[in-house]
Design a protein around this ligand. Structure first.
Ligand SMILES: Cc1ncc(COP(=O)(O)O)c(C=O)c1O
Length: 449
């Protein structure tokens, strides 16, 4: 029986990334209250948010510090056009941001969601080469299984069929390099002894095409939507070396992994090298406000700096670029990181998550691999020890998701990968609860299969 709110929702709303027919069996869960780790629905049922509500929430729902910051900002400046105008929140934000981004990132552009920031990054790189005497450099390389968002440009550098297939004729497809696949490593290595031999595929593609390549774009350290596939920083080091040699930009898509997720402020830090362009969003505003920031080097900035009539400006704008509320939230996020020692907290809790997950899922036949970095843990579900996948038509992840909801946890598996990506405020008790509900949900599904 649907509630009144559910009825109205189903009558008018086309939800994202969904088959709406599925909502006949699982109607939208209407959340009336959100606090800390929990979402509470209209019937008072609580859900532990194990995925930070699409990887955005860092410090819990309705965080007191952020709520206060928003209230203060809203009474000062709610929005102002960002062309020719500026405001304190943006200025204070970039002053702090420049201290924590990888070395060499010195200028910042604003957008209002992750995909838009990817569009900006691609356009910036393309235009840079047009304006610096390399007009042939127009193509992009990305990794197989990459995900960089769902706008048309971003789909061109993405490689997840369910998002891309329908639009192939519409998309300008970039070149795709076979990337790391550490769970099924074709070189027989494991993470600890990896020398990123798989980079040879990317190397070949770059060597064959470098004259035409504007940029290579990667999700550093973890291919998120591909199933939290983690890979060695050595891959990034090799990529940085080669891209530098051939005047190819390295674009780091830190949208999902930035702001502490991997245990460092930005995932690129694991490799010790810097990108030329960096996209951030999601955690930037801790789940409060759609905002994205693209960081670039001074060298790129300089290629756009000229007399107006030379036509070198970067003419890309969004109505909400640099919105003051978003900026004030992002500033508070950076203050919380510093004042509450968040990176230390992530690493300590990450150790606990790792230890407990390994205990709880030890010797389970359905666990092909448990992998973790920082505050992301992922289970690759398999049918047996031969690493046989569940077929996609079984929708294993979706079925387990529904069982976990009944048990009070919001997990959101990616295909056959179940992952944990909770807000950083999660307690040890809540980690135990998350893992236990997950195990029980998997086992309930398997027993009924
Ligand atoms: C790595 C990565 N890039 C880009 C995006 C797109 O961001 P948005 O959903 O804000 O458009 C996402 C979203 O999940 C992402 O994980």
């Amino acid at each position: 029986m649907l509630s009144k709110l559910q009825e109205i929702d189903m009558k008018y709303i086309f939800h994202p990334c969904s088959q709406m027919k599925d909502y006949e069996k699982l109607p939208p869960i209407v959340i009336k209250k959100a606090e800390g780790m929990y979402l509470e629905d209209e019937n008072g049922k609580k859900y532990l948010d194990c995925v930070s509500s699409w990887w955005v929430n860092l410090f819990g729902h309705c965080n007191k510090r952020i709520n206060k910051a928003i209230k203060e900002q809203i009474d000062k400046v709610e929005h102002v056009i960002f062309v020719n105008f500026s405001h304190e929140a943006a200025i204070e934000l970039v002053q702090e941001l420049v201290k924590v981004v990888p070395k060499g990132i010195e200028k910042f552009l604003f957008a209002d969601n992750g995909s838009s920031s990817i569009e900006m990054a691609l356009k910036l790189s393309f235009q840079y080469h047009q304006q610096t005497g390399n007009p042939k450099k127009r193509k992009f390389i990305s990794l197989k299984n990459a995900y960089h968002g769902e706008t048309v440009g971003a789909l061109g550098v993405g490689d997840i069929d369910i998002f891309t297939d329908t639009y192939r004729a519409l998309i300008k497809e970039g070149l795709k390099a076979e990337g790391p696949d550490c769970y099924r490593c074709p070189y027989g290595k494991n993470f600890d002894c990896c020398d990123a031999q798989c980079f040879e595929k990317m190397e070949k593609l770059i060597l064959e095409n470098h004259e035409d390549i504007a940029a290579v774009i990667i999700e550093p350290m973890v291919q998120g939507a591909a199933g939290m596939k983690m890979y060695s920083p050595k891959y990034i080091q090799k990529l940085r070396e080669l891209t530098k040699k051939y005047d190819i930009h390295l674009i780091a898509d830190e949208i999902a992994m930035g702001f502490g997720r991997t245990g460092k402020m930005f995932a690129m830090e694991h490799s010790g090298v810097s990108p030329d362009i960096m996209c951030t969003s999601k955690g930037l505003t801790a789940g409060y406000y759609p905002m994205a920031i693209v960081g670039i080097t001074q060298k790129i900035y300089d290629a756009f700096y000229a007399d107006y009539l030379e036509g070198k400006s970067f003419l890309h704008s969004h109505s909400y670029s640099g919105n003051p509320i978003g900026c004030r939230i992002a500033l508070e996020v950076l203050k919380i990181f510093k004042e509450e020692n968040i990176l230390d907290m992530i690493n300590k809790k990450g150790e606990y998550l790792n230890k407990r997950a390994k205990e709880i899922f030890k010797d389970k036949e359905y666990v092909g691999e448990y992998r973790q970095i920082g505050m992301i843990g992922a289970i690759e579900l398999v049918q047996n020890r031969e690493k046989e996948d569940f077929s996609a038509s079984e929708r294993v992840g979706y079925e387990i998701y529904k069982i976990a909801l009944q048990k009070g946890a919001l997990l959101r598996p990616l295909g056959n990968t179940i992952y944990f990506m909770p807000p950083y405020i999660i307690t040890e008790e809540e980690i135990d609860k998350m893992l236990t509900i997950c195990r029980d949900s998997i086992e309930e599904y398997i027993s009924k299969r």
